[in-house]
Design a protein around this ligand. Sequence first.
Ligand code: NAP
Ligand code: F7E
Length: 343
Amino acid sequence: MSAVIIVTGVTGQDGSHMVDYLLENTNHEIYGGVRRLSVPNHKNIEHVKSDRFKLISLDLTDSHSIEKNILKLKPDYFINFAAQSFVGASWDYPKQTFETNATAVLDILEAIKTHAPQCRFYNAGTSEEFGDIEYSPQDESHPLRPRSPYGASKAAARHLIKVYRESYDLYAVQGWLFNHEGVRRGEEFVTRKITKSVAKIKQAIDKNLEWEPLELGNLDAYRDWSDAEDFVDGVWKMVNQETPKDYVLSSGNAHTIREFVETAFRFVGIDGYWISSGIKERYKTTVVEQELVKINPKFYRPAEVECLLGNSEAARRDLNWEPKISFKCLVEKMVRNDQRQPE
Ligand code: NAP
Ligand code: F7E
């Protein structure tokens, strides 16, 4: 039987991978939610050519647009990847972050309850909800201690989902996804920022040209990075259990930003070394005089989540899910992709 699925955030990383995954692995009809922007940004979905995929106009900050779509399509699944997803920006736009990431979830739940109570709802939760961590690795029992307006907004959404699930018997879940990256990652997130810059610097060195060093903030934070393509399979499995339940998805390995930098440069044949410390710290190489990386304090955050490391044993056991791409393969894939991109 073909089901009707609304996926939001399809212009972003996860939503676009979910569309590819659903088209390849199911025969369902997919409606991709996009909001109006002055300049369209459909690069991540322009390769999709299927009459099972249609775009719908859906802005999460407008409850009418949420309700209208749910009323009209009566979806079997609603997979919500849309969000103000950049932690750093959540201090600049705390209200917009909360409205997009929490209030909109309430609007979706209300519309599902009223117009499509059979619909299975997935919301994109995050390891950022654990925030100021109490223990490592973090599992489903770890308390929510967010450190940013972003983390707080996702924690609020989680509470709403639990309340609606228990009060109205809705099928609603919110996974705890640890960092996941890839060739469609937005360019302001640290991994993509590093791989783009490594590709540019390598090209400049080869052509004997000057370059702008890569400017970063906190190099010592630990993140548990995986490949986004591995995670959409976990999300689909989570929303297809018999009983709705929230799971952690993670690789179970954490690396510092510093290690990501070293690994990325190594893939283009540049071995570097760190000198000095604090805001004077730099990454250099013996091959050329100019520095590769320097610190810019503007990239420090008002409050940092120092270490995220996930325990996804429950998902591996119950959902028969596991990530396939290693940290090194992920970094290589991203660097190689950025080396192929024309400037
Ligand atoms: P992303 O690439 O930044 O994509 C975010 C998507 O949300 C974009 O398609 C964006 O559309 C859309 N969006 C933002 N505001 C909207 C609004 N008001 N109405 C409709 N659409 C709106 O994020 P991602 O990395 O794919 O992450 C997907 C989800 O997982 C997010 O909820 C994020 O918070 C969560 N998450 C991500 C990670 C990770 O490591 N990637 C980890 C845990 C949780 P535009 O193109 O129009 O801006
Ligand atoms: O930062 C540090 C920064 O912005 C990672 C989102 O998908 O994953 C993502 O959130 C770390 C932080 O991702 C720079 O301080 C240093 O410690 O790549 P990021 P994030 O904040 O972990 C979670 C799980 C989500 O849910 C989010 O949606 O890197 N860092 N220097 C820097 N970060 C950035 N962006 N830029 C720097 O220059």
